[in-house]
Unconditional design. Structure first.
Length: 495
């Protein structure tokens, strides 16, 4: 054993970065709850209540609207004339001993009370809706693919066995999903179908073990990719039991390297299907408002009027510089100030990132907003990430569970991300556009001689959309449109 100095370049997520990512992912209502929780835990955080319905100007002899507390409410627990240790202990125990002396929740303004009442009324008035299940989410992705019918049938069978409560793992043996007397060709078909399902989102779905689930989530180019592979394949149990010396002895890795790799493994999702366990979703509240100026350009605006403006108590700032403050008091204030400042910075970073990402999405899908769903263009999150200059995971967190109010209604931000294909001219066309065109062709067809799927392929080709016949058949069935024989109106057929 010995001591040695080495220079290592590693990637670690600082607590501040983790908090920033968590705040970014929260929708407006959840952010309000998070702020309330933080304010209850951190007495240094204060908020400025603003009533949007109140007049901007107030008489000089009245309390300004930005600070609705009375003079008595502004009085501090600590006695400024003495500032002794007894006062500080009284401050730390104010919640249990003297709740009415300092806790503003017992002396809320009339505007604050009315705002809370309106929010409770909104929660009760809006009916909840059921979220998309894991099975529906996976089947929707399969429907977008042009695959063999037999492979699709086995893939759908695999999807039907996945349970979000179990994290989306495939617990049923693959051979049990095949008919009795299956051949080697059937086994190969099942393996192909499983790989297809495992390629869907969320990454790691339909894994047969934890190690397989984690291996599916790492790719070459990841920091410490090879080390992550080794630990996942051979040392997961040792990692769980924190037997790092044994791992170091078997692998030759240093303890520091193993700890770094373990922290990176914690960023992976061991239960990718668990996100679909929620039975109900909260009422839809738009996080972004889309406005159009006189020139026809769209500008996004965050609807965060109900998110309180936070600031750090001026009293505690001064108290920190007071020579009479004890060492314990200063340490307490320093820790709370650090946490408060991190929260304020994270909220501001969320506001900036969400605005930039939303504006980039709107600019890309301007035709969709102007002309309707038929004009939507293919869009991937990576395109927005490149345009804004952030990582693609930041875009994913920014649009997660966020809604935007547009001239075409309130839409989820994820609605603007769609897959697509290319026309013969090399132009990108979204699958939604193809489905709308397919619906239009069927609506306008001669009901005495409806279009067959082959004829629909020809009509789509005339419109510049090259689509396989089985894809047309799949879309037609997903859209609930019967076959040409079932659509025929015999009363219009010439005898």
């Amino acid at each position: 054993m010995g001591l040695q100095a080495r220079q290592l370049q590693t990637q670690k997520l600082a607590p501040r970065m983790i908090q920033s990512m968590e705040i970014l992912q929260l929708p407006s209502l959840a952010l309000q709850e998070r702020i309330e929780q933080e304010m209850n835990e951190n007495p240094l955080l204060e908020q400025q209540d603003v009533d949007p319905l109140a007049p901007e100007e107030t008489p000089d002899d009245e309390t300004p609207q930005g600070d609705t507390r009375s003079e008595n409410e502004k009085e501090l627990v600590v006695d400024n004339d003495h500032d002794n240790q007894e006062d500080f202990e009284r401050l730390q125990n104010m919640i249990s001993e003297l709740p009415n002396t300092f806790d503003d929740s017992f002396k809320r303004s009339a505007n604050r009370i009315a705002e809370d009442a309106d929010r409770r009324h909104d929660l009760m008035a809006n009916a909840v809706s059921r979220p998309e299940s894991l099975n529906d989410f996976l089947l929707h992705q399969l429907a977008e693919m042009d695959i063999d019918d037999r492979v699709e049938q086995v893939a759908e069978r695999i999807v039907s066995t996945l349970d979000a409560r179990d994290g989306g793992y495939l617990r049923t043996p693959l051979l049990d999903l095949l008919p009795a007397g299956h051949s080697s060709e059937d086994i190969e078909l099942a393996e192909t179908a499983l790989k297809l399902v495992q390629s869907l989102e969320p990454t790691g779905i339909a894994a047969r073990s934890l190690s397989e689930c984690l291996l599916m989530q790492i790719k070459p180019g990841f920091p410490h990719f090879e080390e992550m592979q080794v630990l996942i394949e051979s040392h997961l149990e040792d990692l769980a039991e924190n037997r790092l010396p044994q791992i170091a002895k078997k692998t030759g890795y240093s303890i520091e390297l193993i700890q770094t790799v373990r922290e990176e493994l914690h960023m992976l999702n061991p239960k990718p299907g668990a996100a679909f366990m929620e039975t109900y979703v909260p009422n839809v509240t738009p996080d972004i408002i889309l406005e159009q100026d006189d020139s026809g350009n769209y500008k996004v605006r965050l609807d965060d009027d109900r998110v309180p403006q936070l600031f750090i108590s001026e009293y505690y700032r001064k108290r920190l510089q007071d020579p009479s403050a004890t060492a314990a008091e200063k340490e307490f204030i320093k820790n709370k100030i650090s946490g408060a400042q991190w929260l304020i910075d994270s909220i501001e970073q969320r506001r900036s990132t969400l605005t930039k990402v939303s504006q980039a999405i709107v600019e890309h899908q301007k035709a969709f907003l102007d002309e309707g769903p038929e004009a939507i263009e293919p869009l991937k999150m990576q395109q927005i990430a490149d345009k804004v200059g952030v990582h693609v995971t930041t875009v994913s967190r920014a649009v997660d569970d966020k809604w935007i109010q547009t001239p075409r209604g309130i839409l989820p931000l994820k609605r603007f991300f769609v897959g697509g294909t290319q026309t013969e001219d090399g132009e990108d066309v979204a699958w939604d556009t193809i489905r709308l065109k397919l619906q239009d062709l069927i609506d306008k067809e001669d009901k005495s001689d409806p279009h067959s799927d082959e004829r629909l392929v020809e009509e789509l080709k005339k419109a510049g959309m090259t689509v396989a016949r089985r894809t047309v058949t799949k879309y037609r069935k997903r859209m609930g449109i019967p076959s040409s024989r079932q659509r025929r109106d015999w009363s219009l057929v010439k005898k």
